[in-house]
Design a protein around this ligand. Structure first.
Ligand SMILES: *Cc1c(COP(=O)(O)O)cnc(C)c1O
Length: 376
């Protein structure tokens, strides 16, 4: 037992080293290392082919930068409120706060764990400028309802799609919804450039976004807001080198999902996350908080690394602690009770069949040998 290999939570996709070297050598030979070089252009074009027709991809130095630029594109007044979810990675709210805007947390739907449209409506004030929902753990938000709200109230709508690479809604690539969608290309995400990200916008907005990404420069002069949000040629080389292996990684993850689904569905005390299209990013379970802690520990003792994804953004000890989560009916919010129910299992393309079996057996043993109760 002690010499069983560790099963890591995540593992970055790695390129064929020769292909990476060849691409990098091209950038070195051209002595063009950043500022929109050939590799950057190629990667933008390759990613754009995976988006809806008429949508543009603009690469950025990180997913957080993609969120920042997507919000900047909305031209919000200083101090405007941005309604977002308390269930996300820190970057979502930090991107809002970093621009001098104010994150306002609204409650989530108990099934999809994404922003509840009725709670969003309840959170709207005269100071609201934008809505920033997250396709949490790859489950699409209620995009139709959220578009309706944004349209009726004249609000800028930016999606955090960092968990949703490759997800579609009724055949439409997820990046098409809202005014802009921000993706992360961080090494912990399925497709990556080590560090990086991109924004999907309608093609006509891309010029503005790319100007802001490059210090707000137009013919060498700053003509509006801007910062340095560019992705280098070396990072773009990594992305291009990984693209050929992506279908295989996706196939491996889909196969792993089927193995987990088959083995874990119906276990006492545990439910699988709702939401239809099976996103390739994460595999999450829901279980009562005391059981989650127990299972997390039991797995760790067997060399299996799960994650509590993610602690509540406005929970105790955070810089937004005490900020009230707005609900549709004014009652207590669901999110604080839901966050401690979520456990993500190891999920990546290098998990072998025997690893997967070990994970399933460990979860099954835990669920069938302990007194259990279903999550509320
Ligand atoms: C990873 C992540 C980001 C930030 O991406 P970086 O590339 O690490 O800056 C933003 N939002 C969510 C939900 C994420 O998981």
């Amino acid at each position: 037992m002690d010499d069983l290999p560790l099963i890591l939570f995540g593992a970055p996709m790695l390129p064929d080293p020769a292909r990476l070297a060849e691409l990098t050598a091209g950038a070195l030979a051209a002595a063009w290392l950043t500022n929109g070089g050939a590799l950057h252009m190629r990667l933008e074009q390759a990613l754009a082919t995976t988006q809806a027709p008429g949508d543009a991809v603009s690469l950025t130095s990180s997913g957080t930068m993609a969120l920042t630029l997507a919000l900047m594109l909305g031209n919000l007044p200083p101090g405007a409120e941005v309604i977002t979810t308390p269930l996300s990675f820190a970057a979502t709210a930090q991107a809002i706060a970093g621009l001098g805007l104010v994150p306002v947390f609204a409650d989530v739907d108990p099934v999809t764990l994404t922003l509840c449209p009725r709670a969003v409506e309840a959170a709207i004030t005269p100071r609201t400028g934008a809505i920033l929902p997250v396709h949490f753990l790859g489950v699409p938000c209620d995009v139709a309802a959220l578009s309706g709200i944004a349209g009726r109230h004249g609000l800028w709508l930016v999606y955090d799609a960092a968990h949703a690479y490759g997800v579609t809604v009724e055949g439409v690539p997820i990046g098409h919804f809202g005014d802009a969608s921000a993706f992360s290309l961080h090494a912990t995400k399925i497709m990556h450039t080590v560090e990086g990200g991109f924004v999907v916008t309608r093609a006509e907005s891309a010029t503005n976004l790319r100007r802001m990404r490059n210090f707000g420069l137009e013919q060498g002069r700053p003509t509006g807001p801007g910062l340095n949000g560019k992705l280098s040629e070396l990072h773009a080389a990594m992305g291009l080198a990984l693209l050929p292996g992506l279908p295989e990684e996706l196939a491996a993850r889909n196969a792993l999902r089927r193995v987990y689904d088959r083995a874990l569905a119906g276990l006492p005390g545990l439910s699988l996350q709702g939401g239809k299209p099976a996103a390739p990013g994460y595999y999450s379970l829901r279980l009562a908080p005391d059981l989650r802690a127990g299972l997390h520990l039991a797995l760790a003792e067997q060399g299996i690394f799960a994650r509590d994804h993610f602690p509540l953004l406005c929970g105790p000890g955070t810089c937004w602690q005490g900020q009230r989560i707005i609900t549709a009916g004014g009652g207590p919010a669901l999110a604080p009770g839901l966050a401690p129910q979520i456990l993500c299992l190891p999920f990546h393309g290098r998990i072998t069949a025997s690893d997967a079996q070990r994970v399933c057996e460990a979860v099954t043993r835990f669920c069938t040998t302990r007194p259990t109760k279903r999550p509320a």
